[in-house]
Design a binder for this molecule. Structure first.
Ligand SMILES: Cc1cc2nc3c(=O)[nH]c(=O)nc-3n(C[C@H](O)[C@H](O)[C@H](O)COP(=O)(O)O)c2cc1C
Length: 201
């Protein structure tokens, strides 16, 4: 292929985007060795301004998942009204085959922060789609404890770093039904004329 030719996206991309679902229930089966790195090496092709690559990753598997469940439990048991909820949450997290924490350095400049957050979000979506393509389900979580200083420091997230996503992953036990999206035409303004007043309504 000529280097300047734009590679046309395969029909598979649209299908993957539409068919991916957030999965909450996973089979116990661990993911194959090397798959995490393979998925991340796809995900890092996300657009990112200045090629700052504003991300790093912490992955929890096996006994690591038990540690993560315990770290979450310490926070949830204090915050949740129902003590059973904290125990259930600990068990849930401890049994997930893979949890990926996606961390971004917080640039003090607003524009760079916004760009970096957008880039990391694109990376997370890439990761979810690449996983889906391999039959692996994921869900992007922003549970309250990812903001708790104690939880953050326990899992090695430094001051000046933001946890953008906690992604649970594994082979799906169940795939939820999709919920419809608003037809884009209802949200779209096309400007194909010069507005008489000089301003768009
Ligand atoms: C930034 C972000 C944070 C999310 N946090 C949570 C969460 O904390 N808990 C949860 O159940 N789902 C969370 N989700 C997943 C959404 O609930 C899910 O994408 C939405 O319900 C649409 O379902 P779908 O992904 O199957 O299309 C999050 C998604 C995004 C993009």
């Amino acid at each position: 292929m000529n280097q300047n030719q734009i590679h046309s996206p395969s029909a598979g991309i649209s299908a993957a985007i539409k068919e991916r679902r957030s999965v909450k229930l996973f089979r116990q089966e661990p993911l194959p060795k090397g798959l995490l790195e393979e998925l991340l090496n796809v995900a890092v092709w996300a657009p990112n301004h200045g090629l700052r690559e504003p991300w790093r990753f912490i992955a929890f598997e096996g006994e690591g998942a038990k540690f993560l469940g315990e770290a979450a439990f310490s926070f949830v048991k204090r915050a949740a009204a129902d003590p059973d909820f904290a125990v259930k949450r600990k068990e849930y997290i401890s049994n997930i085959p893979l949890t990926l924490i996606v961390v971004m350095p917080e640039d003090p400049r607003q524009r760079e922060w916004d760009e970096d957050y957008a880039a990391v979000s694109a990376l997370v979506q890439n990761f979810q789609l690449a996983a889906w393509e391999k039959g692996v389900g994921t869900i992007w979580k922003t549970d309250p404890y990812i903001y708790a200083p104690e939880f953050r420091s326990r899992i090695g997230v430094k001051p000046g770093e933001k946890i953008v996503a906690m992604v649970h992953a594994g082979y799906p036990e169940a795939i939820p039904a999709s919920r419809p999206r608003t037809e884009a035409s209802r949200l779209l303004t096309v400007v194909d004329h010069y507005p008489e007043s000089g301003t768009l309504e």
